[in-house]
Write a protein that binds this ligand. Structure first.
Ligand SMILES: *Cc1c(COP(=O)(O)O)cnc(C)c1O
Length: 419
């Protein structure tokens, strides 16, 4: 057999394995702008149909906002399409710096540096700022991009059990011999929708001389009274050493991310962070759009207020219908199904009922923790949610799962109880 055929066979077997495990992820094509109602081709090749979207990170409904689009158009006209350069060669425009300054003010930090994405911000930060004399102590459920970023750093890696402050304290005590300690957490955890206990984390960090690193990608723009993020919600504005976040979710949803925080740490990233040094500048059109987003969200809290209302309302609807949901205050509302295949079938059936949601299963969430993750948006009107819940109920009845808790659901699908 030719070498390439041996290789192909090898990968084909692996891909078949993914399929038989029920873990294969197919794409769906969207034929409309992002919004609360979208046109979707699913499966690929089938007819395009309109549906209610409850799985985007379009928290503030700004992804296709007319004023953001107009600002992006103007940016395109005034500053061109692409930079054809990384920032430090010839890729920094006045508007890049303007956006960084605006983000600094919004997040309540000292300085900000844009990255091509938050994945890149996380990928670059730890290597640039910490070395073998330091330790990184991360919550066990931090985002994959933080895990990857930590792997690239020479600092020692350690973790604490999810949101377990006693365990974090033990770890801080254990690592008192290190030069710097950094506690690392997401603000809102993307799969469960729960929030970090940031006030307690900050207290522990103060007690044991540690820095705090917060990835607020699922919070910036809408968590906290004025939407500044988890640090505002927890009353620790100005006390977080480093915040990374994305422009790719609530803040218009295009792309781009940043490191924001203590002046010296941001400067270290400007000097050393490899994704900043070796990947292209955020396109001017996105910078111009993001500046408009900041205008909109700092002039009124209407959008984040509406999102908060929508999330409460939706949680109530799901609970009343008898679904097993994860409690929380965020607009991420996971509907727990536990079984990977059920999660996929459920999403498929919802789509047939005109509701677009996605099943999440291993490796995105732990085995035995499959779910439909629903996400609210300020672009949802009440009628969207009222229509969507009818679809959920219908599909729930079809699978006979309404009113079932974790134990019953797990037993129904004959799985091992995974803690
Ligand atoms: C989405 C997300 C990222 C990645 O953001 P991008 O800008 O899309 O790369 C990083 N961290 C967290 C916690 C996220 O939710």
């Amino acid at each position: 057999m030719a070498f390439i055929d041996i290789v192909r066979n090898g990968y084909q077997t692996e891909i078949e394995g993914i399929k038989t495990a029920g873990l294969f992820k197919g794409e769906r094509y969207i034929h409309s702008p992002q919004g609360s109602e979208i046109e979707v081709e699913f499966p690929v090749g089938s007819e395009i149909r309109k549906c209610i979207n409850i799985c985007a990170n379009n928290y503030l409904g700004l992804s296709s906002h007319p004023e953001v689009i107009a600002a992006a158009h103007a940016g395109l006209d005034n500053r061109g399409y692409g930079m054809s350069s990384v920032r430090f060669i010839c890729g920094t425009q006045d508007i890049h710096r303007e956006l960084e300054n605006r983000l600094t003010r919004f997040l309540g930090t000292e300085d900000t540096l844009l990255f091509p994405s938050c994945m890149d911000a996380n990928g670059g930060f730890f290597e640039a700022c910490l070395n073998e004399r330091d330790v990184m102590i991360a919550d066990r459920l931090v985002h994959a991009s933080i895990v990857d970023g930590m792997r690239l750093s020479k600092a020692m890696q350690d973790t604490f059990k999810h949101s377990d402050m006693g365990h974090l304290e033990e770890k801080l005590q254990e690592h008192q011999d290190k030069r710097y300690r950094m506690v690392i957490t997401d603000g809102v955890f993307s799969m469960d929708g729960d929030m970090a206990k940031l006030d307690q984390i900050v207290s522990l960090a103060e007690k044991y001389n540690a820095m705090v690193f917060l990835d607020d990608s699922h919070a910036t723009g809408f968590i906290g009274r004025t939407g500044r993020g988890t640090h505002e919600h927890c009353g620790v504005l100005g006390k977080i050493d480093v915040i990374t976040t994305t422009l790719g979710k609530a803040l218009g949803g295009a792309s781009g991310g940043c490191v924001s925080g203590r002046r010296e740490l941001v400067e270290m990233c400007r000097q050393r962070a490899r994704p900043f040094l070796f990947s292209n500048s955020v396109a001017p059109v996105i910078v111009a759009g993001a500046l408009k987003v900041l205008d909109l969200i700092t002039s009124s809290t209407d959008r984040r207020d509406k999102l908060e209302w929508n999330a409460k309302y939706w949680r109530g609807l799901l609970k009343d219908a008898g679904f097993d949901i994860k409690e929380g205050d965020s607009p991420i509302v996971p509907v727990m199904l536990y079984d990977a295949k059920l999660a996929q079938d459920f999403a498929r059936d919802l789509f047939d009922e005109g509701v677009y949601a996605v099943g999440f299963f291993f490796p995105v969430v732990p085995k035995g923790q499959a779910r439909i993750r629903t996400q609210l948006s300020a672009a949802h009107e009440q009628h969207h949610l009222d229509t969507a819940i009818e679809a959920f109920k219908k599909v729930g009845r079809k699978h006979g799962i309404l009113g079932l808790g974790k134990k019953e659901l797990v037993a129904k699908y004959e799985m091992e109880l995974v803690k």
